[in-house]
Design a protein around this ligand. Structure first.
Ligand code: 3PG
Length: 401
């Protein structure tokens, strides 16, 4: 259901669930938002509702404060940034559904936007007990006449402000959720082929479900990042002191066998940038992937691998990318991620459809200075986009159907 299904919104109080879980750096004074992508992504829905004359009440979480108010997880920096981006003051309630929330909502004029304090300050938000979540959802619903779900990054969570409240109020998907689902379904539905998936990031164990599903869907799987060393080890190679999940080696062996049976090409790096230690001041060099010295740690895919990966992407029609190829935050280990990102941009320019998912790859695109317009879709979801690629049903979406 879309916002249109909610009818005339003038004067109506609309509760919006956004995902404002943004990275913060603790400076000398107030915390600073280091990437406001998720706040900017929320603007189309908020502007649309405000323009329609609604009284907009936004609920969101920041971090995992474990059900208690903690000042370092306050949404105050988000309210300030949101106000700047909208060009109007955004009042912040200092509780979730208490007297301050009721006052802030009561004071809203048509077309104004206010924010409730971090919904995870209330332990009922993430409770596994249905009745506890329902109670908080009832309080949230009491503040509004309709609900718009627009926090795509959190739709994989069965939580009070995502799932339960949508069962109480007339509910609709917001602009961001619609755009994300539409884009991601180009990979999860019937992707145009060749369909390649680039996976990186540190842990195989975070991506088990998605790999298993991709072995039945993708044509090619390009693997880099810390997780690649478990793949190299599964092929019987020495990985030195690189990140290795020993307990996943057998699982990965199974993946390699399934890939062969299904005709899915698994592309692994042929060379690796190594260092003496993770925090060594400079790299020690580039070595073949089948000759990593026992005392070295791999921190990026090497230049030949970057070229190989880019070549494997050149003719693809659908690409999904999740996870950096190396420790891109450090210039010495950013080249692999940069070359692969450029390969994706080139394939997109040739008419391919590309999706960047997961907080780290989206951050890499921005940190490495790529124009976001070079990719077809940059998802605001980490876990949510992975779970969609995994083929799962997400509670925050099914509840809107
Ligand atoms: C995210 O950052 O992926 C979302 O905001 C969900 O956060 P969570 O993993 O703490 O539920």
């Amino acid at each position: 259901k879309t916002i249109d299904s909610l009818g005339d919104l003038r004067g109506k109080r609309v509760l919006v669930r956004s995902d404002f879980n943004v990275p913060l750096a603790q400076g000398d004074g107030a915390p600073v938002i280091t990437d406001d992508g998720r706040i900017r992504a929320a603007l189309p829905t908020l502007r649309r509702l405000a323009d329609a004359g609604a009284r907009v009440v936004v609920t969101a979480h920041l971090g995992r404060p474990q059900g208690e108010p903690k000042p370092e997880f306050s949404l105050a920096p988000v309210a300030a940034r949101l106000g700047e981006l909208l060009g109007s003051h955004v009042a912040l309630a200092d509780d979730v559904t208490g007297p301050s929330a009721r006052k802030v909502v009561g004071d809203l004029a048509d077309g104004q936007i206010a924010l409730l304090e971090n919904v995870r300050f209330d332990a009922r938000e993430t409770s596994k007990v249905d009745a506890e979540r329902a109670e908080l959802a009832g309080e949230l619903a009491g503040l509004a006449d309709a609900f718009v779900s627009d926090g795509f990054g959190v739709v994989h969570r069965k939580q009070a402000s995502v799932y339960d409240v949508a069962q109480i109020l007339p509910a609709a998907a917001g602009e961001l959720v619609l755009k994300e689902v539409e884009s991601l379904s180009r990979a999860t539905g019937d992707p145009e082929r060749p369909y390649a998936v680039v996976l990186g990031g540190s842990k195989v164990s975070d991506k088990l479900g998605v790999i298993a599903n991709l072995l039945t869907k993708a044509d090619r799987l390009l693997i880099g990042g810390g997780m690649v060393f478990t793949f190299l080890a599964a092929k019987g190679l020495e990985v030195g002191t690189s990140l290795l999940e020993k307990d996943q080696i057998d699982t990965v062996k199974g993946y390699l066998a399934t890939a062969e049976e299904n005709g899915v090409e698994i592309v692994l790096p042929v060379d690796v940038v190594v260092a003496d230690a993770f925090d060594a001041p400079a790299p020690a060099g580039v070595v073949p992937a089948d000759a990593i010295p026992a005392d070295k740690i791999g921190l990026d895919i090497g230049p030949e691998s970057g070229e190989l990966f880019a070549a494997k992407l050149a003719d693809t029609r659908t690409i999904a990318w999740n996870g950096p190829m190396g420790v891109f935050e450090r210039a010495d280990y950013a080249a692999g991620t940069r070359t692969v990102a450029q390969g994706i941009v080139d394939a997109t320019a040739n008419g391919g459809f590309s999706i960047v998912g997961g907080g780290d790859s989206a951050a890499a695109v921005r940190v490495l200075g790529f124009d976001e317009a070079g990719f077809s879709h940059i998802s605001t979801g980490g876990g949510a986009s992975l779970e969609l690629l995994e083929g799962k049903e997400l509670p925050g979406l099914t509840v809107l159907a």
